[in-house]
Every structure is written in structure tokens, then in C-alpha cells.
Design a protein around this ligand. Structure first.
Ligand SMILES: CC(C)(COP(=O)(O)OP(=O)(O)OC[C@H]1O[C@@H](n2cnc3c(N)ncnc32)[C@H](O)[C@@H]1OP(=O)(O)O)[C@@H](O)C(=O)NCCC(=O)NCCS
Length: 163
């Protein structure tokens, strides 16, 4: 099936919710361990569309298989900063789709934000490599910041500045 990458629409909410839920339930990559209530997903998408926060989705045919969003910081003085989150269904990893989805979302963020930041678990080698390739640099490490399923995990902080 052809892969499409495009901005999210409100009627993607249920499919986005399902994809987020699937990745969250893997418990290895995201802070969430399940998707929030569907109503919150609608609100999240509607708010991103209304405020111009870039949020893109990847579709395999008609099936939503991934997302990437960059949400403006709510902190006074940090309005120029966007926080990035992304994920792909397990079935669609490792074929270049993440790199394309990230590039499309960063392109849309250029001009809107001066800085994009993210947190990633230190064990998430694929994501860290992807972010490094896109120009993110390591800005710090919060040691043992996550405790899940009986083990501690470091959180790596990464950031990208648009020139
Ligand atoms: C992280 C994620 C978005 C990457 O997307 P992807 O489509 O799998 O990655 P791509 O195939 O586009 O690969 C891009 C680069 O990432 C790196 N990479 C991807 N998979 C890798 C792996 N298993 N091991 C090491 N590096 C890897 C490589 O540098 C690769 O570039 P290359 O192919 O030129 O060598 C995807 O794997 C995913 O959704 N993972 C689960 C959710 C997640 O981790 N979200 C991010 C939380 S911070």
C-alpha cells in the first residue's frame, strides 16, 4: 500500500488514539502506558489544529500507522519552544518512515518555533539515532528518572535549534 504523510485532521482521532494506545501499551518507549480518553484525544488534535502546532500522521493505505507532533510550551518565556512526540506501529518501524515523518513535521515547525526539544529513554537506541540524524543534540541526562516494570531508566534530553 502507498504510504502518505499529511497533517492530522479531526476525523483521524479514533485511528490516532488506537495507534497511540498500541505504542503506549508496549511500555518501552512512551511515558503513557495507554492512550488517554478519546475525548482528550479529540481536544488535543483540535487544539493543535487551532493553534498551528504541527501534527502529522503516516498512513499505509487508509490505515494510520504513525504520528509526530510538536506542541508549543505553555511556560511564559518559552513560547518559542516546541516539545516533540512521535511513534509508529511496531509493524511499520525500521523502513525509513520515522525519518520521513519527522522531517515533514520539523519542516512545518520551522518559522513557528526556534527550538524543538524532546525526552527519550536511554534504551531507545533507534529513536536516539533518528533524532541525532535530524540534527538534535544531547543536552542532558536525568539518571534513573523512570521506574517501570521493576527497573530504572535514564531519560535523555535532546534539542534542536532552527537557525
Ligand atoms: C523511533 C521511531 C519513530 C523511528 O522510526 P523508524 O521508521 O523505525 O526509523 P527509520 O527507519 O526512519 O530510521 C531512521 C534512522 O533511525 C535509526 N534507526 C532506526 N531503527 C534503528 C534500530 N533498530 N537500531 C538503531 N538505529 C535505528 C537509524 O539511524 C536510521 O537511519 P538509517 O536507516 O539511515 O541508518 C520508531 O522506531 C518508533 O515508533 N518506535 C517506537 C515509539 C518511539 O520510540 N517513539 C519515540 C519516543 S521518544
Amino acid at each position: 500500500m502507498p504510504i502518505t504523510i499529511r497533517p492530522i485532521a479531526l476525523n483521524d482521532a479514533e485511528a490516532f488514539h488506537a495507534a497511540l494506545d498500541s505504542v503506549a501499551r508496549e511500555r518501552r518507549f512512551l511515558r503513557l502506558t495507554e492512550a488517554p480518553a478519546i475525548e482528550r484525544t479529540y481536544d488535543f488534535i483540535a487544539s493543535n489544529i487551532a493553534t498551528g502546532n504541527p501534527q502529522f500522521v503516516a498512513l499505509d493505505g487508509n490505515m494510520l500507522v504513525g504520528w509526530c507532533d510538536i506542541c508549543q510550551s505553555g511556560e511564559a518565556g518559552s513560547e518559542h519552544c516546541g516539545s516533540l512526540g512521535m511513534g509508529l506501529l511496531a509493524s511499520h518501524r525500521g523502513r525509513g518512515l520515522g525519518a520521513n515523518l519527522l522531517a515533514a513535521t520539523l519542516d512545518a515547525a520551522r518559522g513557528r518555533f526556534h527550538r524543538v526539544e524532546l525526552d527519550v529513554y536511554a534504551s531507545n537506541i533507534a529513536a536516539i539515532a533518528l533524532y541525532e540524524k535530524a540534527g538534535f543534540v544531547h543536552e542532558g541526562r536525568r539518571r534513573a528518572a523512570l521506574h517501570r516494570d521493576g527497573r530504572h531508566e535514564d531519560i535523555v534530553m535532546m534539542g534542536l535549534l532552527f537557525s
